[in-house]
Design a protein. Structure first.
Lengths: 339, 349
């Protein structure tokens, strides 16, 4: 059997799958992290509950995607808001589970393994283009954080994940408006200003404040939920906020595509995007502004070759809420030679 | 023996390497005019080279070339010449030995694994690291343009693998007020088509752009003799190198305006290199290639570069662990082609 897991900051999901090519889900359960003292406790409980399912065939391979680093077998998940600070080692898990094949990955590369497994219903296609050769780039905006991942093709044509901390690189404006916004950010926060400051819920709120400021309006605080909600009610300022946000998002991803030669596709996802794409008005605004900025990249020559090159890149949003679990299962299948 | 090549827009170099030689250098090499051979073809260049060095082609086991253009399906069109190179055609002309074409930034990337200590200078000697590590690395090379390349370890093949990039064309991220003003100034330049990429500031022409911005917008006092020199330089057309004049004046501490231009340039270079370190998670090292870095190495040593490199907020700790090197070997691209050709040779054995 395969044990796959999505170990997040707030909740964790564990599932047992049959160890075969079209692995079947035997059982799946979700846990609230704050109700437990450690990951080991959750794992032990889950296995005990499902003893009967494992009677005939025990667990052979384990793979978890975790919301934290694994540095030489030492793993950590910490989250201030619920006082979570879990530390565990791959070695301990191996002993606890009495399984040799235990793989713990950061959740970004785990998502990378899920990308090729997605079906049409898991994706929102932004431009209906089929893939050219090249690499793939994945970006995940959760609202609180911004993750990036490169899936590059090796000589045999396989995609290999390579992690990135690109969300912490300096924010680059792409037009007059964005440079003004960037200067505003420098007055509101102590530099450096990273991409995460812009492509996040906080960024959406800051754009709203900046637009108010430019129009000489009184600054009022507004939650990101309200910005999206009111944009869907046709509120002009909220719609403009989302337009500017989508445009900077698209420009940033356009740069990522250029930098990584991700001609095989750019995949974006995360909770933030799911909420934006969940309603018609915000979805329409987002895709339009995102794609305009994404395609508009500088070329070497008068023919603006790069504008053309980015225009042929498929852009898709993944909206499957179980990406990490799916990726962990996929990684386990690769380890079990079920591919 | 193996054959390595560095095929540029203006000049090309071919080198012959021998696995028994203890030095990381070609045993024979030659320079060619690319324009001349764009008509005659690459196979002619190779044949001429072999004739000149008196080596029969049956002595060659493998060949690899870095080419100034994008490689697709084993073919490469040079960016500025009407010249196409073809792996298959080259292989046929060389008794079907394995031949590989790379983009020239990729061979520069591979070249770092051939460099010995005296061909590199580290900018942050206090940093602790394991030289044999297999963590990702990245090269950033400012010269006539801006090139970038990432290097990743392939576990299965047990070797590093270069990943070409067009990151030099991604948007410039200003990190302070002065740079934001520079951005606005460049955004208004018509020939830039409303885009300000990193290449517009991090290249020879980029340094000149920064200088002009300081003179026009920041009340930098442009000295008459310097103005004259810069205007005279225009007469050289394509070969004009205003950046050389500016950096020369700055390094000699002759001119405040040039010094400020170079300081801004180096600060942007450091910030971009730090961004690359984050983008590629390049804990294995950042390497500065290209023509400019070795020429301004005194300035790179003064701390401006490393300060901007490290300034990444809560990721300062992360980037400050990374060794940063200047590549002092101008033929690093040729060495990278040789590095790969050696691998092709081994695979055959």
């Amino acid at each position: 059997m395969i044990l796959a897991g999505d170990i997040g900051k707030v909740k964790s999901q564990l599932a047992i799958f049959s160890q075969e090519r079209d692995a079947k889900e035997i059982v799946k359960e979700e846990f609230r992290n704050q109700d437990y003292s450690s990951l080991e406790e959750i794992v032990a409980l889950f296995l005990e509950e499902n003893q009967s399912a494992l009677k005939e065939e025990p667990i052979y391979i384990v793979c978890f995607g975790i919301a934290g680093p694994n540095i030489n077998g030492k793993c950590q998940i910490s989250y201030e808001e619920n006082n979570l600070n879990w530390e565990f080692t791959v070695k301990n898990l191996r002993n606890l589970l009495t399984v040799n094949y235990v793989e713990i990955l950061n959740d970004m590369p785990t998502i990378g393994y899920a990308i090729p497994q997605l079906s049409k219903s898991d994706l929102v296609d932004f431009n209906n283009i089929s893939a050219e050769k090249g690499n793939r780039a994945v970006s995940l905006a959760t609202g609180e954080g911004l993750g990036e991942l490169l899936l590059y093709r090796d000589r045999s044509g396989n995609f290999l994940p390579s992690p990135s901390e690109g969300g912490h690189a300096n924010f680059a404006p792409h037009n007059d408006w964005a440079i003004e916004f960037s200067s505003y950010l420098h007055t509101q926060f102590s530099p450096p200003i990273s991409w995460e400051k812009v492509i996040s819920w906080e960024g959406l709120q800051t754009i709203y404040e900046f637009l108010q400021h430019k129009k000489g309006m009184q600054k009022t605080s507004i939650s990101y939920e309200d910005i999206l909600h009111q944009a869907n009610q046709n509120d002009e300022l909220c719609k403009q906020t989302l337009e500017r946000f989508a445009s900077m998002y698209g420009s940033g991803l356009g740069d990522l595509a250029l930098r990584t030669l991700a001609f095989n596709g750019v995949y974006i996802g995360g909770r933030m995007l799911q909420e934006i794409l969940g309603q018609e008005t915000t979805k329409h605004i987002f895709i339009k502004e995102f794609m305009n900025a994404f395609k508009d990249k500088e070329g070497f020559d008068k023919n603006r070759n790069f504008a053309k090159r980015n225009a042929v890149i498929p852009v898709k949003a993944f909206i499957n809420p179980e990406m990490v679990l799916l990726g962990a299962l996929q990684r386990a299948k690769i380890m079990a030679n079920l591919q | 023996m193996i054959l390595a090549g560095d095929i540029g827009g203006t000049k090309s170099y071919l080198g012959l390497f021998d696995q028994n030689s203890t030095e990381n250098a070609p045993i024979r090499e030659h320079e060619y005019s690319s324009k001349e051979y764009a008509k005659k073809g690459i196979t002619t260049m190779v044949a001429d080279f072999l004739a000149q060095v008196g080596i029969k082609k049956k002595k060659l086991d493998a060949a690899c070339f870095g080419v100034a253009g994008n490689v697709l399906n084993g073919k490469c069109q040079l960016s500025n010449l009407d010249w196409e190179l073809d792996e298959h055609e080259l292989s046929q002309s060389l008794n079907n030995i394995p031949v590989k074409l790379f983009n020239d930034m990729e061979t520069i990337g591979l070249g770092i694994f051939m460099l010995s200590d005296n061909q590199l200078e580290i900018l942050n000697p206090d940093v602790q690291f394991d030289e044999q590590n297999t963590l990702p690395r990245a090269v950033i090379a400012a010269g006539t343009g801006l090139g970038e390349v990432g290097l990743f370890w392939n576990q299965k093949e047990q070797q590093f693998f270069p990943l070409a990039s067009e990151g030099g064309h991604s948007d410039f991220a200003p990190i302070n007020k002065l740079q934001a003003k520079l951005f606005r100034y460049l955004l208004k330049q018509e020939n830039l088509l409303e885009h300000v990429s990193y290449e517009r500031v991090l290249s020879g022409p980029g340094l000149f752009n920064i200088y002009q911005f300081l003179v026009e917008k920041e009340k930098c006092d442009e000295k008459t003799h310097l103005k004259k020199r810069l205007i005279e330089e225009n007469a050289k057309g394509e070969n004009a190198n205003h950046a050389a004049i500016i950096s020369e004046e700055a390094l000699a501490k002759n001119d405040d305006c040039c010094e400020k231009a170079l300081d801004t340039f180096v600060s942007i270079y450091g910030a971009r290199a730090g961004n690359l370190a984050l983008n590629y998670k390049a804990l294995g090292g950042i390497y500065l290639g290209g023509g400019i870095a070795p020429k301004i190495i005194e300035k790179l040593r003064d701390g401006t570069f490393m300060k901007a490199f490290n300034k990444k907020g809560r990721f300062e700790k992360f980037v400050s662990k990374i060794p940063v090197y200047v590549i002092r070997e101008p033929k690093v691209g040729l060495l990278g082609a040789a590095y790969y050709a050696y691998q092709l040779q081994e695979q055959q054995a």
